[in-house]
Write a protein that binds this ligand. Structure first.
Ligand SMILES: [Cu+2]
Length: 115
């Protein structure tokens, strides 16, 4: 009986969503689940700089009241105009430093470091 109770406690602990995943942290051991989120808030990318492992996907979400873009400095990736609430994703397979900006507001800049 005690064993059964302990077993059910253990199952409920491990069944908690997110128990193993930490969301924003890139895990090179499971590239298929590697998604890093960047928010666009108040005319800025947050966080402004993210560091990921090769194979990771970065997803930008426009949480601002204005339209924006995510445009690679070296033309590696380029979102369409993102309305509030829209998302844009790009999977970084190559190592490097990828600067990007907003075509509408040139002062908005961010960076993805793949290493
Ligand atoms: Cu913008």
């Amino acid at each position: 009986m005690i064993v059964l109770v302990l077993a059910s406690i253990a199952i409920s602990v491990f069944a908690v969503p997110g128990f193993y995943t930490s969301g924003a942290v890139a895990n090179p051991n499971s590239p298929q689940t590697c998604v890093v989120h960047v928010k666009i808030i108040n005319y800025a990318y947050y966080p402004e700089k993210v560091k990921v492992a090769p194979g990771c996907t970065v997803t930008w979400t426009n949480k601002d009241i204005s339209i924006h873009t995510v445009t690679s400095v070296t033309k590696v990736f380029h979102s369409k105009i993102m309305e509030p609430g829209n998302t844009f994703s790009y999977t970084f397979n190559a190592k490097g430093i990828f600067g990007y900006f907003c075509e509408i507001h040139n002062f908005m800049m961010g960076e993805v470091v793949v290493s």
